[in-house]
Write a protein that binds this ligand. Structure first.
Ligand SMILES: [Fe+2]
Length: 437
């Protein structure tokens, strides 16, 4: 009897090892395997942009661009024949819309509606679309996307930035999955907007993410040079957007990312600061921030290391994904513990459900709102009882954020096209008149 149990266990172990090996080989292959990919954009700056695509043959490709759809008279070409094209267009005007088309002899390129706008520091108002854990292709992903389009009047000219909060391609963030989970379903967006994507754990399981995307290391898009693609910032209009990697880099307070973040936030002059990273500091959804071991301890580390920095520099909004739900806090300060240490009297600065005020200049301990939006293609059953996150729903959707010089408003737009949660932060010293909760 004992012998049989031993044999059975050995067999199970053997199967597990074979399965593990097979998975690693499959993932490695999938991460480096070549896929044909339509042109998309990276590295948007005040004066340049980079167009990337992958063609079946090694060849010289070119980008034609200009200030109108009819006059794409300028041309930039590959320097040598390649199947992984990356063409940077430089010396562009700030805050200027350009139209472009791509030529690559061995593939049919969808060129109908290609355009981009360089970063626009003088922009008075901006609309951002944020999706989290969006990389599972299918009807639900499409519906969440379509509701955003409806919300902006089916006119992408009404949108300014597209931000992905990680887990952008399931299950493993391989090259093929990136086509199926991101570039194909969001094709119309990818023709006009840079997918400013942060890495999630599903992307981090593989090796494709930092090959697919190029990110600023030398403050090309704003902020302080980080020296790493994993963390950087973007200045656009009234927004200073900070992108962090909660998955693959040192998350300790003496690590490069935390050291850089302090420098970057210290140097910021924009009125609004949003920080984005995948693994949320507070969540009671599919992932639990009260569990020190959840996600390899990354929720705990992001909370303990980075919340003191957000407090120190008065970061306005922190957005994450990872839990496949929606969760949102009030204006919080100084809470780095688990939920049983959360004391609303100490940690909630303003009790309103919908309106908050902050000083115009970034000020220490002026409060931060935390949002989790990880339900843009997936939904988990969840408790959603974290006391710091009272506005929480088991609903699919995405975030629409509107920014003016003195207001930031964020809406959770559901898969049914309803606004399930909405709040505004004001920095114009006008009082909130909404009924207090
Ligand atoms: Fe995740």
């Amino acid at each position: 009897m004992k012998k049989n149990i031993k044999k059975g266990l050995l067999l199970l172990l053997f199967i597990a090892i074979i399965y593990g090996l097979f998975r690693i080989i499959d993932i490695a292959y999938g991460s480096y395997a070549f896929v044909e990919r339509q042109p998309y954009m990276v590295m948007q700056t005040d004066s340049s942009i980079t167009i990337k695509w992958q063609s079946p043959e090694e060849e010289i490709g070119e980008v034609n661009y200009g200030l109108s759809n009819e006059a794409k008279n300028e041309t930039v070409s590959d320097i040598k024949a390649t199947d992984k094209h990356s063409i940077t267009i430089s010396n562009l005007g700030e805050c200027t819309k350009y139209f472009y088309l791509v030529k690559s002899p061995s593939m049919k390129i969808d060129n109908e509606e290609r355009s981009f706008t360089t970063l626009c520091q003088k922009a008075e108002s901006q609309k951002l679309w944020l999706i989290g854990d969006s990389g599972k292709k299918g009807e639900k992903q499409t519906k969440v996307y379509q509701e955003m389009l409806k919300h902006i009047g089916d006119d992408l000219n009404n949108l300014n930035m597209w931000i992905l909060l990680g887990d952008n391609a399931y299950t493993s963030g391989t090259q093929k999955e990136y086509n199926e989970g991101l570039f194909e379903p969001y094709k119309a967006l990818a023709q006009k907007f840079v997918p400013w994507a942060i890495i999630g754990n599903h992307d981090a399981r593989r090796w494709a993410f930092y090959n697919i995307f190029d990110f600023p290391t030398d403050a090309e898009s704003g902020g302080v040079p980080s020296g790493y693609e994993e963390f950087y910032s973007i200045d656009n209009g009234n927004l200073h957007l900070v992108m962090l990697d909660s998955e693959t880099v040192n998350r300790k307070s003496d690590g490069e990312m935390a050291i850089w973040l302090r420098e970057d936030l210290k140097a910021n002059t924009k009125p609004w600061v949003i920080v984005a990273f995948h693994t949320p500091p507070y969540t009671d959804g599919g992932h639990k921030s009260d569990n020190d071991y959840d996600s390899g301890g990354r929720l705990k580390e992001m909370r303990e290391t980075f919340i003191p920095i957000f407090d120190e520099f008065g970061v306005d909004l922190v957005v994450s994904g990872h839990s496949h739900d929606y969760e949102r806090s009030k204006l919080l300060v100084n809470h780095t513990g688990k939920s049983d240490t959360f004391d609303a009297k100490k940690h909630v600065l303003q009790e309103s459900a919908t309106c908050y005020t902050k000083p115009l200049k970034a000020t220490k301990n002026s409060g931060t709102i935390y949002q989790v939006c990880g339900s843009s293609s997936k939904l988990d059953h969840a408790e959603l009882k974290h006391p710091a996150m009272p506005f929480s729903f088991e609903i699919m959707g995405s975030l629409i954020i509107d920014i003016t010089p003195t207001t930031l408003s964020s809406k959770f737009l559901t898969i049914e096209g309803k606004i399930a949660d909405e709040f505004t932060i004001k920095k114009d010293s006008s009082a909130c008149t909404e009924k207090k909760q």
